[in-house]
Design a protein around this ligand. Structure first.
Ligand code: ADP
Ligand code: NI
Length: 216
């Protein structure tokens, strides 16, 4: 199989795996991350095949939808074993996917390769701006979280366990994660895009509070 074929088969595999998702991790999220990753690669470089494969597969084994993180990684390894990709490329793809997620405001990122930085940046860009707002409310609704409650305080998380088990409001998620992302983006190309999307979210929040208090 050549690279193009592997990518096309992977697209079908991912579409099938994520079918029916309503938490903001559906095929169209993957499609946007994949496209953004390719756009970032044009400016920032890196191995395009590794970037495309990691972007396409990055949410297939997401921890939120499996009992254990390792379970998700096994699904990806099994898939990669089915196409004749070299062992070293497989390792690089799996390594990116294992490190792509945001795991709490106090948990440091440890992505090292340019390929990984690009996919992580593209994933984070899709978590902010208008799409970020929409995905966050979709997620909150799906998991039964209240939209907003002025009495529920924002909580910063210093470890993944805490972050994973938190049951805050959707508005609080902006402070626990979304507004922090612009400073946790690696490439200059993505930083520029993130700045604009970040200010869009700030405007959204301002309008939201004004409407909440009947100011506007
Ligand atoms: P990552 O892409 O870093 O793994 P997640 O998959 O945890 O991040 O989150 C992707 C998106 O899902 C977030 O950007 C947000 O829109 C939504 N999301 C995740 N956790 C929450 C939450 N607790 N409340 C609201 N939205 C959430
Ligand atoms: Ni994602």
């Amino acid at each position: 199989m050549d690279n193009k074929e592997v990518i096309n088969k992977t697209i079908d595999f991912v579409k099938d795996k994520l079918r029916g998702d309503s938490s903001g991790h559906d095929w169209w999220h993957i499609y946007r991350v994949w496209n953004m990753s390719k756009k970032l690669q044009e400016k920032e470089g890196g191995n395009l095949f590794i970037i495309e494969m990691a972007a396409l597969l990055h949410d297939v084994g997401d921890w939120k939808f499996h009992e254990k993180e390792e379970e998700g990684i096994d699904i990806i390894k099994n898939w990669l074993d089915q196409s004749d990709i070299s062992e070293s490329v497989k390792i690089r793809i799996v390594d990116i996917i294992s490190n792509v997620s945001f795991k709490g405001s106090g948990v440091k990122d440890k992505m090292e390769s340019i390929e990984g930085k690009i996919v992580q940046d593209a994933d984070r860009i899709d978590a902010i701006g208008a799409i970020g707002v929409a995905r966050t409310f979709a997620f909150g609704g799906k998991f039964g979280n209240p939209m907003f409650d002025p009495n529920v305080k924002v909580k910063m998380h210093n470890n993944f366990e805490e972050y994973k088990n938190s049951k805050g409001t959707t508005i609080n998620h902006f402070y626990e994660k979304l507004l922090l992302l612009k400073d946790r983006i690696s490439t200059n190309t993505a930083k520029q895009i993130a700045r604009e999307r970040h200010s869009y979210m700030e405007n959204f929040l301002k309008q939201f509070y004004d409407e909440w208090e009947s100011i506007k």
